[in-house]
Design a binder for this molecule. Structure first.
Ligand SMILES: NC(=O)C1=CN([C@@H]2O[C@H](COP(=O)(O)OP(=O)(O)OC[C@H]3O[C@@H](n4cnc5c(N)ncnc54)[C@H](O)[C@@H]3O)[C@@H](O)[C@H]2O)C=CC1
Ligand SMILES: O=C(O)/C=C/C=C(\O)C(=O)O
Length: 482
């Protein structure tokens, strides 16, 4: 159900859609689809909350409340875990280490950040000699539309809701239609810790001609924060342009890893295995292109292929499970179309390339084999387009300049990983890769105070630490003539 003004409500139209498990295609729940009336009610309640008790809280009181939200998520850790795993089919081992802890941490980090950031101050001369003082105060932007994807539902939603609320805004969240559960559960948490009604609202539904479009084009929304596909980002930017709304866009990636011959091979293999296959490859930061210096190319490909074959698919709660299914049959059709394209273009299939044999009810799930290819030209769609599955293409290179040129040669610019023990080279390359995030001998190592976002078609703006405050507040200059 939707969560509007502190209450769980149905759609007036009675329209629902099915939430099914990608593990075995069983029905999890029927979800109410918001029409314009529900979106309108959510935006109005968010606006009213700004003018109500929420708008009057001190920064300290708000910060304490967000700590209480984080503590309550942790207290209900198992409920969140169960909901996230049911919606996504991801292994419990992954969700319990990444998704749910980050859901709580995203509130704490911004509760701290807002309390520890000062503002700017300028003293100026005036013709009468008395002078004037300028200082900037941060004020909330207002009602924030939060549009989320399905790959890391709680993590990515709270990455936006945490700073938005810390800065004193109110939010209307539109979770992905594939993963409605944890956003709904968070409504219970908000009520339990006394967050005033209307501060956090959730409307369910799809994108075009549904809750997503109704929300992002709503005149009562002041700003939109979005994570998802680049094409969806473009559609939302158009809606935002009509309403002159601020936007933060975290979009797709086609992220490279560059592996030099002087790397620690075991570490490069272990980390690349995670960066390609974690969350069944459904991470915007995930590696889909690997460039390996020629002397170690054959060895690297052999070992990455072995790692891919060792990723055991299975039920999320099974300790032996190393990889879950894709999010849906529809997404599997998309990923498989790339697997077929790779085959048609003559790729060497080092590992995978198809659908694994699953037993019993699991045969109905959206399973797919972890896949490694070599041998395709850089112009291939496999090397240029975001697939968002557990797969990568590996290409040899001979010089540092060539590796940088290849890594930069897509329309995307989100993240990169570089494996080398040569520190000078690491710093040199870090400066030359056209990405928002560059990891050296690591991947997805996140300090939440650092800037996060993409270059080129991977996004606009940065969130994280004080950068989130830049987006979720307006700076108002106060000039006092003395
Ligand atoms: N880079 C990333 O972080 C992610 C990329 N993807 C990519 O996107 C593809 C499609 O996955 P989706 O979940 O359908 O991603 P999407 O980008 O289409 O959807 C993300 C969110 O935007 C909403 N939405 C879609 N169209 C909208 C519109 N016109 N106006 C307002 N809201 C809209 C959706 O309902 C969902 O909540 C995947 O196959 C994958 O390649 C998906 C999830 C995350
Ligand atoms: O750590 C984060 O804040 C985000 C990580 C991943 C994504 O943004 C994504 O997969 O979309």
């Amino acid at each position: 159900m939707h969560f509007i003004n502190g209450e769980f409500v149905r759609s007036a139209s009675g329209r629902t859609f099915d939430n099914v498990s990608p593990v075995d295609n069983r029905l999890i729940a029927r979800v109410h689809e918001a029409g314009r009336p529900e979106v309108d009610a959510a935006v109005r309640s968010a606006r009213a909350a700004l003018d109500g008790p929420w708008g009057k809280l001190t920064v300290d009181a708000r910060s304490k409340m967000l700590y209480a939200v984080a503590d309550e998520i942790n207290r209900r850790f198992d409920d969140f875990l169960q909901a996230e795993v049911a919606d996504t089919g991801k292994p419990v081992s992954l969700a319990s280490h990444l998704d749910i802890p980050r859901g709580a941490a995203n509130f704490k980090v911004f509760a701290d950040t807002v309390k520890n950031v000062s503002s700017e101050f300028f003293e100026m001369a005036t013709p009468d000699g008395a002078g004037a003082l300028n200082y900037a105060v941060r004020v909330p932007k207002g009602v924030i539309a939060v549009v989320c994807p399905w790959n890391l539902p709680l993590l990515l939603m709270t990455w936006k809701v945490g700073p938005a609320l810390a800065c004193g805004n109110t939010v209307v969240v539109k979770p992905s239609e594939e993963t409605p559960s944890t956003a709904t559960l968070l409504g219970e948490v908000m009520n339990a810790v006394g967050v005033p009604p209307g501060v956090y609202n959730v409307v369910h539904g799809f994108g075009p001609n549904s809750a997503g479009e109704f929300l992002t084009s709503h005149p009562g929304v002041n700003a939109i924060t979005f994570t998802g596909e680049t094409r969806t980002g473009a559609a939302i930017l158009k809606a935002a342009a009509d309403g002159i709304k601020a936007t933060s866009m975290e979009l797709g990636g086609k992220n490279p890893a560059i592996v030099f011959a002087d790397c620690d091979m075991a570490q490069a293999i272990e980390t690349t295995t995670r960066s390609v296959f974690a969350n069944c490859g459904q991470v915007c930061l995930g590696t889909e292109r690997v460039y390996v210096e020629r002397p170690i190319f054959d060895e690297f490909v052999k070992r990455l292929g072995e790692a891919a074959r060792s990723m055991k698919p299975g039920r999320p709660e099974d300790d032996a499970t190393k990889i879950g299914p894709l999010i849906s049959q529809e997404h599997r059709r998309k990923v498989l179309s790339y697997y077929e394209k790779a085959r048609a273009e003559g790729a060497t299939i080092v590992a995978g390339g198809g659908i694994p044999k699953m037993e019993g009810a699991l045969a109905e799930g959206a399973w797919i084999e972890p896949t490694v290819w070599t041998g395709l030209p850089e112009t291939s769609a496999i090397v240029q387009e975001e697939i968002f599955g557990p797969c990568c293409h590996v290409t040899p290179f001979d010089t540092e300049e060539e590796a940088i040129r290849l890594a930069n040669d897509t329309p995307y610019g989100l993240a990169a990983s570089v494996y080398t023990t040569n520190l000078s080279r690491a710093h040199r390359i870090g400066a030359k890769l056209n990405v928002g995030l560059c990891w050296i001998n690591s991947w997805f190592l996140r300090d939440l105070r650092t800037p996060f976002g993409g270059s080129k078609q991977s996004g606009i703006g940065r969130e994280g630490g004080v950068h989130s405050l830049e987006f979720y507040t307006e700076l108002r200059n106060v000039c006092v003539k003395l």
